[in-house]
Design a protein around this ligand. Structure first.
Ligand code: F6P
Length: 360
């Protein structure tokens, strides 16, 4: 088989190990692998010579440890309503003599893959997104590394916050899903975790912070600094999430960001020293963790296996600790969001620790 592999959407740690896994398995099974640069763009333009990168076993060692994507990413939508390029994708696959494509991406890239699969394109998917918001899989590449960055950063922030007795807002990514904030904040022992799935009032947030301070005092230590891990999509009751700019991408998403700074402005009247840091792209650019390397490699192997079995229109998935597959049509159904009743304490504005499972 001659297989094309592409990475679409925002980059995530684990993409390069997944490409390395695909190549490793393809070489073992005697297939040819072609890298398609810049996601679906490679198959959605007429002049695509510069998008093509033959891949051989020599890339495995290097790709296995690198963050980002050596194949580059784009948010190109080949099936957008006002510019549908399905026929061009098919033409390009014919021109490049590709038998099938492995698309590594999140909701948008794999959503496009699902539509293309319905229209006869031989494609399988590999799930990636630091947001961990894809349905049909318990793991998405990039999530573990991003969590580790949040945890390490919170540790650093705690040192400076402690020195100045600061109310510190640490803003993390995740778009409309609170997983990064919830699990990152949990590991960082954050005083408050704000997630998009539950809106709050400034009155409640202030009360929770005062209560946390009073408890520290009662316990006999003057730890007045407090850490708030705030998801970029979280918002005050009755308000929209804070947008970074007004531009929409090809899939109709606007960029979120700045809620930490916004909340700082509202809290600084009540607390002496408030500061804010957004981790932003530092979460995405880190070298892949052990888990992202291992899962990338395994997802890569399984994707080639699925092509061999002609399981087109599916994505590799992790379910109940087993590698399996999910119909790509599932991906578009709805994002996988934090189940507030199960995992979030709406009074303390924090993760529920006691009596809950941590399966997600
Ligand atoms: O989906 C991954 C993600 O990093 C989100 O957490 C974030 O909201 C978005 O991508 C940022 O997108 P962009 O790279 O287009 O700024």
């Amino acid at each position: 088989m001659r297989i094309g592999v592409l990475t679409g959407g925002g980059d995530a740690p684990g993409l390069n190990p997944a490409i390395a896994g695909v190549v490793e398995r393809a070489v073992l099974d005697g297939h040819e692998i072609i890298g398609l640069k810049r996601g679906w763009e490679a198959l959605s333009v007429r002049e695509n010579d510069r998008h093509i990168l033959p891949l051989g076993p020599e890339i495995i060692r290097e790709y296995s440890r690198l963050g980002g994507s050596k194949l580059q990413c784009s948010r190109t939508n080949p099936v957008s309503e006002d510019n549908d390029r399905t026929d061009l994708v098919k033409e390009n696959m014919k021109k490049l003599k590709l038998d099938a494509v492995i698309a590594i991406g999140g909701e948008d890239t794999l959503g496009a893959a699902a539509i293309l699969a319905e229209r006869g394109v031989r494609v399988v998917g590999i799930p990636k997104t630091i947001d961990r918001d894809l349905v049909g899989t318990e793991y998405t590449l990039g999530y573990d590394t991003a969590l580790n960055v949040i945890c390490d950063s919170a540790e650093r922030i705690a040192h400076t916050a402690e020195s100045h007795q600061t109310i510190f807002l640490l803003e993390v990514m995740g778009r409309h899903a609170g997983w990064l904030a919830l699990r990152g904040g949990e590991a960082a022992f954050a005083d408050v975790v704000l997630i998009p799935e539950h809106s709050f009032s400034i009155k409640q947030l202030t009360a929770v912070l005062h209560e946390r301070m009073a408890t520290s005092m009662k316990q006999g230590f003057e730890q007045l600094y407090k850490m708030i891990v705030v998801s970029e999509g979280s918002h005050i009751e009755g308000e929209d999430a804070v947008r970074r700019d007004s531009q929409l991408d090809e899939f109709g998403h606007y960029s979120l960001g700045g809620v930490g700074n916004y909340l700082k402005g509202l809290l600084e009247h009540q607390f002496k020293h408030t500061r804010y840091t957004a981790l932003a792209y530092l979460q995405r650019g880190a070298p892949p963790s052990q888990k992202d390397r291992q899962m990338g490699r395994r997802f890569g192997h399984n994707a080639v296996e699925m092509l061999k079995n002609e399981e087109f229109g599916f994505m590799v998935a992790l379910k109940k600790s087993r590698l399996t597959k999910t119909d790509l049509k599932e991906v578009k159904k709805s994002p996988s969001l934090v189940d507030v009743d199960r995992f979030y304490d709406t009074e303390k504005l924090n993760v529920k620790i006691a009596w809950t499972d941590i399966s997600e």
